[in-house]
Every structure is written in C-alpha cells, then in structure tokens.
Ligand binder design. Sequence first.
Ligand code: XIL
Length: 356
Amino acid sequence: MHRRQFVLGAMGAGLSAGSTSALAQAAAKECSRAAIPYGAAIRVDLLRDDQEYRRAVLGNCQLVVGEGGLKWIDLRPEPGKFHFDHPDRLLAFADANGMRMRGHTLAWYAAMPKWTEAISTKAEAERVLYEHIDTVVGRYKGRIPSWDVVNEAISDNPAVEAPMRKSIWQDLIGTQHVELALRRTAAVDPNAQLVLNDFGFENPTEQCRAKRAAFLRLVRDLKDRDAPLHAIGLQGHLPGEKDIDKDGISSFVAELHGMGLSILVTELDVIDDKLPRDRAIRDDIVASRVRAFLQAVGDVCRPEAVLTWGISDRFTWVPIWFRRKDGEPNRPLPLDANYRPKPMMRVIREFTRAKL
Ligand code: XIL
C-alpha cells in the first residue's frame, strides 16, 4: 500500500458500476477496492468532559481530525508561541485507541490571528508560512500521516469572481502559495499524504460547475509542475435542499483520480436549514443526500476515508452560519443529540463497510 495512502487495510468490495461516463468507467476499473475507514472532526475537551461523546467516538471512528487545534488561531493566538495542547491530546487519544489522525489545516484564509494582519510582503508571508509548516509538521512528523495542506483555495463562485480565494497567502504570494506549501510540507515529512481540501462541488448549479472547473485547473497546474500533491479532500458540506449532481461529481472525481490522486471525503454533513421542520422527514432527506453524494464519488473511486464534521447533532458548526428560522436545532450529522444513530449513519455504515 502506497505509504501516502494514509489508511491501512484493504478489503475487496464490489462497487455499483453505475458510472455514467467513459472516463468514470475507466477510473472505476482501475480504482483499488480499499476498505473505507470512518472518522469525525473532534472537539478535544469533550473527550474528557462528555463520556457519551467519548463513547460515540470510540464506538464509531477509526479516524479523527481536530475541529480546531491545528488552525492558526488556536495554535498561535500571539506571535512567537505555539500552543500544541489540543492536537497533542487528540493525537494521544488516537494513538491510545488505534485510530489515525488527520491534520487540519496548514494554510487557510480563515481562523487567522490578528497579528498576521501585519504581514505585508511576499518575503515575510513565505517566511512565516515556512516557519509554521516546519514547526507544526516537524512536531508531528511520522505521526500525523495526512495533512490538509491548503484549505479552501478556490473562491466561492469562480463564475463571477477571481478563481482563487482571497487570503493572506494568495494576496501576498499569489497562486504559487499552494505549490510552495505542498513542497515545504513534503520536505518536512516526505511520507505524509498531502491534500488539497475544498467544498462546493456537489450540486447541478453554474456555481458548482465553475468551482469544479477552477479546482481542476489548479490541480492540473500543480501536477504539471510535479508538485507533491497526493489526494483531494472533498469536504462534503451538502446543502440539503439541493440535488446532488451525480454526473458532475463522477466526472470530476474521475478527472482527479485520472491524475493519480486519492479521494477523501473530509467534512461530510448536510446543511438542513432549508429542509422541512419534521425531524423524520428531514433525517430521511439528509440521508438521501449523503447516499447520492457517496454513490456519485464511489461509482468512480472508493474514497480512502469518509469523515463527518462532528459526529452528533449536539455539537455541530452548522448553526453558526445556517441556523434554522423556525428555531429547530439543526440535524446535520450521523448521530442525534442523544448519540442515537440516524438514517445518515446507516448510509455511512453501509457505504464504508465494504462487503467482502
Ligand atoms: C469550522 C469549525 O467547525 C468551527 O467550530 C469554527 O468556528 C470555524 O471553522 N470548512 C472547514 C472547517 O474546513 O475548518 C470549518 O470548521 C468548517 C468549514
């Protein structure tokens, strides 16, 4: 198994061959039938403070990723000092329980501490980014096997704005920041799986089509430059009210796989603010979107991992931006607020537990 495919273990598995394009069918033929571990984004303090949360993670997850902890705002609230407590504790939990930990994320536009606003030149931006990667990836070398090196590099809607998202890195270094970050990370940990992670590819809209096209252009350019890029993270924050673009996703994944890239589903949840109030109806729609999305990906290439962005509705980021107008709690995740499995968890288990 290629060391950069960070998940060990392989189970033969039949795949529905319902792929739609010749490219997708070709990709499906060669794609390895790897087992698919499931994981979730974790709030480290809850592992200590909430025993039901801890039991839910232990009972369901083979992978973990910090929901926070490795973001700049958490790691470096002030210049010159790194706070590794949370990622260290999550890695210790993963190591103690036979889980693998993903690193999220080294270069992002968001969650940046105020002191970074003073960075004003290309040279300074490169120096600070390299110092960050050297320190953080160096600390976890050989222990965090997969990194979201650059997160959300593509703008929300390349159909109407510049394709690359504004960030300190894009503004000061340019698009080359992606390649520089990948190369620096590979230099620090040559065996790590290096991932570009992004969202907004999943629906049959002009915006998603433009985002898929812009992302493919970036990836092709990186591969043409022989940049050390090994996998793509499809975040999978699915708008519950929108159809899944099966053909669009399958062709997109086939193109990425055709460039030799592994696929991970990294932040799966369903944004249900525009779905019906009724919980049973809402849960079924949520599960149907997850099934359609995973099938559109899996019909071309089984993802190397499926992670949800949280595990229980009790702790989800979704209401930060997508609070329901009717005041009902959001239900975006596989377990409800009392840690009971919902239809979404049954779909994930069905998809990830390959049948030998
Ligand atoms: C979110 C966290 O879940 C929130 O707690 C935090 O306030 C903001 O960031 N895409 C990403 C994640 O890549 O890092 C974001 O996580 C959600 C969207």
